[in-house]
Design a protein around this ligand. Structure first.
Ligand code: SF4
Length: 344
């Protein structure tokens, strides 16, 4: 198929096979074919959202060497970046959440490393929730959870979660891919809206792996999908493999847009970039505190962007930014209803 065929098929609202996504990913990132796919992805994203992008903002409750063994993560003890643990207090957590809320974040994310005690996490969540405006969207980014734990997170005031089956999960991590999938189901069955992503992309990932992951993310009708590139953690085994360019990431973001159902409104790119937004991304994250892609303890002094910076990046490429609570995490209806809305 030519790029004309792909664009026509997309405009007709048809779904793409893995082989077709692979063919789109195989175009050179700086080719006219890739630019046309980016333009089509941008068109879809703007149509789905009325040209209103979103900025979500994440902070971490703790920083700790983690046995999860994810070779791309600065918390992984195997990477020897952080030797000691620290946690923020409930008061500090509330202050960070309120600061994001007042700066206009469309959703506030609370992150922990995989082994942060669950009871403490629920207590912290209740305290944060109690201090935010009722309409502020609260989202969790935590390790694998059971059905019971997912229901307790919902009861504690979370509207959604971020969870992903990472590329080469179980190979570049010590985590069980089946557990990642089970957690995704548990979160959705508990009524939590789920966002996900194709991550963390490195130069060694093949078009076939990426296409397969794009289809997997679309298969459970998330609030958003998208793509994030791996950031090299200095001294780590994976840093030797290098990083993909922002342009290649933008291409993957665009192909992801074409590869997931039309009921998926959101399309994230991480880290934030004008190229990603140009290619259709309509979700950026601001970050503060500990960050698994940073070697600084407070990423606001390192890689992390502010809400204001994210909003400005969107404006640079013609995106408006939503005022008020996230629409992605407010997606109404069950997974079955979203599947039906997605059409054939
Ligand atoms: S990604 Fe999560 S589970 Fe993996 S090492 Fe980092 S904190 Fe641990």
């Amino acid at each position: 198929m030519t790029v004309d065929d792909f664009i026509r098929k997309s405009k007709d609202g048809q779904t793409f096979t893995r082989k077709e996504l692979e063919a789109m990913l195989a175009f050179a990132p700086d080719s006219p074919e890739s630019y046309r796919i980016m333009a089509e992805a941008n068109r879809i994203s703007k149509t789905l959202t009325g040209n209103k992008a979103e900025v979500h903002a994440q902070f971490s409750l703790n920083l700790a060497p983690c046995a999860g063994g994810c070779k791309f993560c600065s918390f992984a003890s195997v990477n020897k970046v952080f030797g000691s643990s620290s946690e923020i207090t409930p008061e500090q957590a509330v202050e960070k959440a309120k600061s994001f809320e007042s700066s206009g974040a469309n959703a506030v994310f609370v992150m922990t490393t995989a082994h942060y005690p669950f009871e403490r996490f629920i207590d912290m969540a209740r305290e944060i929730r109690r201090n935010l405006e009722p309409e502020t969207v609260l989202v969790a980014n935590v390790g694998d959870r059971t059905h019971g734990e997912a229901r307790r997170m919902k009861d504690a005031g979370f509207q959604g979660v971020y969870h992903a089956l990472r590329l080469r999960e179980g190979i570049d991590t010590n985590l069980d891919p089946r557990k990642r999938r089970q957690s995704i189901r548990a979160f959705q069955e508990a009524g939590l809206q789920l966002g996900t992503c194709v991550e963390p992309v490195g130069p060694e990932h093949t078009d076939e792996e990426l296409a397969e992951m794009i289809l997997f993310t679309g298969s459970f009708y998330p609030s958003y999908s998208g793509a994030a590139r791996r950031i090299g953690i200095p001294g780590s085994e994976l840093a030797v493999r290098g990083m993909i360019t922002e342009l290649r990431l933008a291409q993957i973001v665009a192909v992801t847009r074409l590869g997931v159902p039309g009921s998926v409104q959101g399309l994230c790119v991480h880290e934030p970039s004008t190229l990603g937004a140009f290619a259709g991304a309509n979700l950026f994250w601001a970050e503060s505190g500990a960050n698994p892609r940073d070697v600084r303890q407070e990423t606001e002094h390192g890689r992390g962007a502010t809400v204001h910076q994210c909003r400005e990046l969107f404006r640079e490429v013609g995106w408006g930014v939503l005022e008020g609570p996230s629409r992605y995490y407010a997606t109404r209806g069950s997974q079955r209803e979203r599947r039906e809305r997605a059409g054939p």
